[in-house]
Design a protein around this ligand. Structure first.
Ligand code: GCB
Length: 633
């Protein structure tokens, strides 16, 4: 439930409290509150981002933000190229939001009177001059607050692509790297009663050693692309929890509750009134309690695409109380079978990007997201692959509500710098933040640790560690990766040492498009030597919507349509086939696609064009899924 909070001023700094509860290493750097004029000397680590942020009392800071484009970072570095925020005074940068004191003073920037961006929203799609911009933009929002004594306050960002530096009332509160995961900074003691100013420096410059790396097949939309919230918690609060069915056990809820704060050892009660569940646990000195609740037989309606039942779950202790909407289901593999709530399921899926083809730009809110998932449903999908990076929490919650299974992924994409520990730390942090955010969402059944990462020793170690990490964070879901295939003559095989670490034989293949053509493609046969469910994470062909020709003609809807029909013939011959996510639901923008007529910087593999028109293959895919639905009834 969204509620607007009234904040009261709290003096003093509470960041010392984190020392005890410090759990998450990683990419979020926090600057401790410094006295006036004192430069922040060090950074401290943050506790994990608040779970169930929308369930917290909060003030939404979305809306129109003033912005200044700063290609040379004049607002961040002085003329000696030293950051202003690391100078003796800590000031001098655009985050000062300085106004000339009188007519004698020259100030070379001004947020007042500068244009505005709708936040959440990338800048590339909101100003034609910024369409291809990669660099720094400063954004400012002003808001009223009345912080209360004894509460914690957090500035929470759903996502900022890619590097964010955040300032509150002229002082730096921290920085973060990674374009698709949430992060927060504690601002208790820094909020003013009355007007506050938050300024964000966002920089979407690509780098070889980032996650993702330089090379991707999607638009590098920059900026504050998801909600910004000021959240309030009690002094001792519920930081995190997992309340899910035990692995493979429909008769038992398992998980944990994590409290943070001075009174972190306390009784916490979990109730699910509609399912007759009420259990009390006691959190230990570390604030943690393990949860294990046997379920009364026949009391629970299990979550599934056919019946996406969500229960109101309340977690309440002496100092804090949170409500969530949680669905309960199991997901397992048995040999080559895939079982949802103990029953064989075929994943009737489609891949999609976090992009609205119609506007375009990142999905900005529930309407955009509903449109995408509704299109998937019209194709009779029960599943989506949210490629190639974490999509928003709202999207996942919508999938929960609409009954759509989800493959969730981190942007470990193509060839990244496998050898560097800091690159691994970044990937592992993004994965951790994704799991931390979505671990209670029934729709998410698969954590994907990467896409088309080429086999090498260094890569195998890197990916193997990621698989171990995600399993240690959540053993109830499946772990997968979109693997590559290898062709020997007409035989296509998946040979990847990573297979030992993951639950699915999931791979991308482009028969008929990147290899061979529609006429030739049926000669291929797939040999999958793993006793695991086979999920085709990509196949597809480009078609310019509205271009009609014979089915030998590349870029025509007919070519794409025949390719899909031929794919079904090939794929149905694979024993253990349990799902497909063709590439891709809609056309999407990509700088790698320059053909002036057919592409115009769009990847045209969409089953729906950039005007929202369904291509022929959309209906062919739907017919295939109608038949699979019958088969798996
Ligand atoms: C792939 C990638 C995907 C691309 C797609 C294509 O294998 O995983 O990100 O967009 O192929 O269209 O080439």
């Amino acid at each position: 439930m969204r509620s607007v909070l009234k904040l009261l001023l709290v003096t003093g700094c509470l960041s010392a409290a984190w020392a005890q509860d410090d759990q998450a290493p990683g990419q979020t750097m926090v600057v401790p509150a410094a006295g006036a004029g004192v430069a922040p000397a060090a950074v401290t680590k943050q506790p994990p981002t608040l779970h169930n942020i929308y369930g917290r009392t909060h003030l939404l800071l979305d809306g129109r933000w003033n912005y200044i484009v700063d290609p040379y970072e004049a607002g961040y570095y002085n003329y000696r190229h030293q950051p202003f925020d690391q100078s003796a005074t800590g000031s001098g940068g655009f985050y000062d939001d300085r106004k000339p004191k009188d007519k004698t003073e020259a100030v070379e920037y001004s947020f007042d009177g500068s244009p505005t961006l709708a936040i959440p929203g990338d800048w590339n799609s909101q100003n034609a001059k910024l369409e291809n911009y990669e660099g720094t933009v400063w954004m400012r929002q002003q808001f009223q607050a009345a912080p209360k004594d004894g509460k914690h306050y957090f500035l929470y960002f759903g996502a900022v692509n890619y590097e964010a530096h955040v300032y509150l009332n002229g002082k730096k509160v921290g920085s973060h790297k990674g374009g698709f995961t949430p992060f927060q900074f504690e601002v208790t003691g820094r909020l003013l009663k009355g007007q506050n100013t938050v300024i964000v420096k966002a920089d979407n410059t690509r780098h070889q050693d980032d996650i993702p790396t330089l090379n991707t097949d999607w638009w590098n939309y920059g900026g504050i692309t998801r909600d910004v919230l000021l959240a309030e918690t009690p002094d001792t609060y519920i930081a995190d929890y997992q309340i899910q069915l035990a692995k493979g056990d429909m008769g038992r809820i398992e998980g944990y509750v994590q409290m943070t704060g001075a009174q972190r050892s306390q009784d916490v009660t979990i109730t699910i009134p509609e399912a007759g569940v009420k259990a009390t646990v006691h959190t230990g000195a570390d604030g943690r309690a393990t949860v294990g609740i046997p379920l009364t037989k026949n009391k629970m309606r299990y979550w599934s695409p056919e019946d996406p039942k969500l229960y109101t779950v309340t977690i309440a202790g002496a100092t804090d109380k949170l409500n969530d909407r949680i669905g309960f289901r199991t997901i397992e593999t048995r040999g080559q079978d895939l079982l949802l709530n103990g029953k064989s399921v075929f994943l009737r899926g489609v891949s999609l990007h976090d992009e609205n083809p119609l506007i375009p730009g990142r999905l900005r809110g529930e309407g955009d997201m509903r449109m995408m998932l509704q299109w998937a449903k019209e194709m009779n999908c029960n599943y989506v692959r949210l490629a190639h990076y974490p999509h928003s929490e709202e999207m996942i919650r919508l999938a929960d509500e609409m009954g759509i299974l989800v493959w969730a992924e981190v942007p470990v994409y193509w060839t990244i710098s496998w050898e560097k520990p800091e690159v691994y730390a970044n990937a592992s942090q993004q994965l951790t933040d994704l799991v931390t955010r979505d671990r209670n969402r029934a729709s998410v059944i698969i954590w994907s640790i990467g896409n088309e990462t080429p086999v090498s020793d260094a890569r195998n170690v890197f990916m193997g560690k990621l698989a171990d990490t995600v399993r240690s964070l959540d053993h109830t879901r499946l772990v997968a990766a979109a693997l590559e295939v290898h062709r020997k003559g007409n035989e296509v095989t998946v040979e990847d040492p990573l297979s030992d670490k993951i639950d699915l034989a999931s791979f991308n293949e482009y028969a008929g498009w990147y290899w061979s053509d529609n006429k030739e493609m049926l000669k291929f046969s797939f040999k999958v030597n793993y006793n695991k469910p086979v999920v085709i994470s990509e196949f597809g062909a480009d078609a310019l919507g509205g271009l009609h020709a014979d089915d030998d003609t590349r870029w025509s809807e007919e070519y794409q349509d025949l390719l899909y029909k031929n794919q079904f013939k090939m794929l149905d011959a694979i024993p253990g086939l349990r799902g497909t996510t063709p590439w891709v639901l809609t056309d999407f923008r990509s700088p790698r696609r320059p053909h002036p007529y057919y592409q115009d910087f769009w990847n045209r593999k969409g089953l729906i064009s950039e005007t929202g028109k369904k291509k022929l293959a959309f209906y062919t895919m739907k017919a295939y899924y109608d038949q699979k639905q019958q088969q798996y009834k």
